[in-house]
Design a protein around this ligand. Structure first.
Ligand code: C2E
Ligand code: CA
Ligand code: CA
Length: 729
């Protein structure tokens, strides 16, 4: 409650690196995929362009060769048959023009004169077009050289006696064209002789858009044209036979990979989307799981460090806080205070109202304390009804006390349960570090010692540790050991018997056994000095047995009508208690009617079936049960009725003030009425004055007990008193 170590935001933040990592990873994968794809596409497309380039080059080469292709022998023979050589040349030109679809054709006579010129299907004047002139001259020159070079491997096709040469040129008007030249002459003529007599056919085929379009069409290319190189186009240099670049063809490359990519794009995008969604879901799941895990961890940590009932720190966390506080260098001259808090008589509350109610109260106490707590304090529940507080930065003892007094004030208001309102107090023990380097363990011990001192001082107290307390603790330890020895050896313990008198006749009705301890060093100890210690250490059971044995042993041989023995509520916790009482009676031979047990209201409050059964068992056996110190505890009429007891003993405090205090008088009167109604007798304790005796007798008390009538006596003197009385009577 002081310590809520749950902060969901911390875990959200803690998760971010994972998300970031995933995002970065995802983006990296995407980039890698994009780069990879781009590279692959580029590679594939480059290869495709290379293939296209090769195709185009081949197609153009084919076109180039086409200007000199074909078998002209038969055409020549046909022309010779007409015996009109120039005429046959003319016919030949027509044929060639029509057959090969060349743009322009010239037939040159052996002397170099133009015999025929044609453009398309039209004959023209027999001159070489100005546009073609340079190209034709070059070609004829080259061809002449080639024919001169004879057998050598020419750069054109040699075929029988028809030598041919094709080339690519740039015409006068800038247009690129394929040009071709071949000898046309008779079959089997020698080269030298032939060259002197041969006619030549020159063909010119411009690389026109139509030509390119038909090539493009044929090879499924886009936009094939003559152009300077452009970055967005694929280009192919056009070389002439001399290897010089005379122009470029450009085209839109097909880019099959890019188009494939475009076709695949929708599928790819869907895939990416799916993958991203999947990843997002995965991340969300991981994140949720992590958050849950963190929450579980936080919860586990919380549970490991906190008391589940109250939410206050548990022992582990408290220890940690104490060590931290003690290790932390606070302002000069401040100290750490450790406060041990214990609820007073909480066991009775638990026994009376049940554990659920007890838990309710513990919870309410924790809540109230937490509200009254200073800022820096840590409140812990160390178990049962034990709380503790560590407070750093305390200036002095005064401040520590002031803090505790604030905490004590929370007990001023009763604690409310569904069917009851309960008043509870708490005892506080404070230890201050006070600059003298004490260990945490020593601090805890000191707080416990101080708490113990508070309890011993009558509860609902606040005590600050003082070394003198250790001394009394040590003495108590020693006393415990000594009592244990006394019980073992039977040395030092003895009983006094205080007679109880008939109110009317003043006769000795019986006697109450009161234990004494003749301590070797400290002399005669009253029960107040060691009963509490015996109860704390559990020795009370042995002590109670010893008292019963001793009382029975004495009374059985005496004329004492009955003996009353005090029983601590703790003895009733022992399930064997009633049986052991009856066993002692039978071994000692004391009739049950001669024994009374004085119990306190706390026993009735325990309200358990086992106790009820034991009381019933004892009463059935004939033992009478008296309710001691009546009026000081919580008893309700309901309890009295439920248990049907034999006697009420009005507490000394009432006797003491009955004469002077009318309120007390009327209370006692009601008590006596109540006892009568419940068929119980009434003993008044602590009668010290005659006025008290008379008043109590008149009010209707059945028996009286007190120093006025007799102090507690040794067994011997009790017997003497009885003998004295008998002789007087
Ligand atoms: P108690 O049962 O109320 O016993 C009566 C106490 O009052 C006795 O004190 C007795 O000496 C004292 N007393 C009797 N008449 C007067 C009087 O006129 N004036 C005053 N001021 N006191 C008077 P004691 O013997 O010191 O016993 C104290 C308490 O110790 C007892 O109170 C009883 O509760 C407890 N006690 C004594 N013996 C035993 C025992 O054997 N077992 C247990 N469990 N408790 C015992
Ligand atoms: Ca008593
Ligand atoms: Ca009493």
């Amino acid at each position: 409650m002081t310590e809520m170590e749950t902060d969901p935001y911390t875990h959200r933040r803690a998760l971010n690196p994972l998300v970031w990592l995933s995002l970065v990873f995802g983006v990296a994968v995407l980039i890698a995929a994009a780069v990879g794809t781009h590279w692959a596409v580029d590679q594939v497309d480059r290869r495709a362009v290379t293939a296209e380039r090769r195709t185009i080059a081949a197609a153009l080469a084919l076109e180039r060769e086409s200007v000199v292709a074909g078998e002209l022998r038969s055409i020549w023979q046909e022309a010779r048959r007409n015996q009109d050589e120039p005429g046959s040349a003319a016919v030949l030109a027509d044929v060639v023009r029509e057959t090969y679809d060349l743009a322009r054709v010239y037939i040159l006579a052996p002397d170099g004169g133009v015999v025929r010129a044609a453009e398309g299907s039209l004959l023209k004047e027999e001159v070489i077009d100005a546009n073609d002139r340079a190209a034709v001259q070059l070609l004829v020159g080259q061809f002449g050289q080639m024919e001169g070079a004879d057998e050598g491997p020419g750069f054109s096709t040699r075929e029988a006696n028809h030598t041919r040469l094709a080339d690519t040129v740039r015409l006068e008007d800038g247009q690129l064209a394929f040009v071709g030249i071949r000898r046309i002459g008779p079959d089997g003529g020698g080269v030298d002789e032939a060259s002197a007599t041969s006619f030549h056919l020159v063909s010119i085929k411009p690389i026109s858009p139509q030509l390119l379009a038909s090539v493009a069409d044929h090879f499924e290319l886009e936009g094939l044209h003559i152009a300077a190189p452009r970055p967005d186009h694929a280009t192919l240099p056009i070389l002439n036979n001399a290897g010089r670049v005379i122009g470029f063809v450009a085209w839109q490359p097909n880019r099959p990979a890019v188009s494939l990519l475009w076709e695949a794009a929708p599928a790819g995008v869907s895939f990416l989307f799916l993958a991203a969604t999947g990843l997002a879901f995965l991340l969300a799941w991981v994140r949720r799981t992590t958050v849950q895990l963190a929450a579980t961890q936080t919860k586990t940590t919380y549970l490991a460090l906190h008391d589940p009932l109250t939410g206050a720190a548990n022992r582990v966390l408290f220890e940690k806080r104490l060590l931290e506080a003690m290790a932390y260098p606070y302002l000069a001259r401040t100290t750490v205070a450790l406060v041990a808090i214990d609820l007073d008589g909480f066991k009775d509350v638990n026994d009376t109202y049940g554990h659920a109610a007890g838990d309710q109260i513990i919870k309410q106490v924790a809540t109230r304390l937490a509200f009254a707590l200073p800022e820096e304090a840590t409140l812990a529940r160390l178990g049962g009804d034990e709380f503790a507080l560590v407070q750093p930065g305390v200036l002095n003892e005064g401040q520590a006390k002031w803090i505790c007094q604030n905490l004590m004030r929370v007990f001023d208001t009763p604690f409310v349960l569904t069917d009851a309102s309960i008043e509870i107090t708490a005892s506080f023990g404070v230890a201050l570090e006070e600059g003298n380097a004490v260990s945490a363990t020593e601090m805890r011990r000191r707080a416990d010692v101080a708490l113990y001192a508070s309890k011993a001082a009558g509860r609902n107290q606040l005590k600050v540790y003082d070394p003198a307390m250790d001394k009394s603790r040590r003495e108590k330890r020693t006393l415990e050991v000594e009592l244990r020895n006394a019980l073992l050896t039977g040395q030092g313990l003895f009983l006094l018997y205080q007679p109880i008198f008939e109110a009317g006749s003043n006769a000795v009705a019986g006697a109450e056994a009161l234990v004494r301890w003749d301590h070797p060093e400290r002399g005669n100890l009253a029960p107040d000095m060691f009963i509490g210690m015996a109860e704390e250490t559990g020795l009370i059971n042995q002590l109670g047995t010893w008292v019963l044995e001793e009382a029975a042993r004495f009374v059985v041989t005496s004329e004492v009508p009955w003996v009353a023995v005090n029983v601590s509520p703790l003895q009733f916790r022992n399930p064997d208690f009633a049986d052991s009482v009856l066993r002692i009676l039978s071994t000692r031979g004391l009739p049950a009617e001669r024994l009374q047990l004085e119990i306190t209201e706390g026993v009735l409050l325990q309200n358990s079936r086992a106790i009820q059964a034991m009381l019933a068992q004892l009463r059935t056996a004939g033992i009478r049960i008296a309710l001691d110190d009546f009026g000081t505890g919580y008893s309700s009429i309901g309890h009295l009725r439920a248990h049907s007891l034999d006697k009420l003993k009005i507490d000394q405090s009432f006797t003491r003030s009955i004469v002077r205090d009318p309120a007390t008088l009327s209370i006692v009167r009601s008590v006596i009425d109540l006892a009568r109604a419940l068929d119980m007798s009434v003993t008044a304790e602590g009668v010290e004055e005659e006025a008290q005796r008379r008043l109590l007798k008149d009010l209707g008390c059945t028996e009286l007990q007190g120093f006025l009538l007799s102090r507690p006596l040794t067994a011997q003197r009790l017997l003497g008193l009885l003998a004295e009385r008998r002789s007087v009577a």
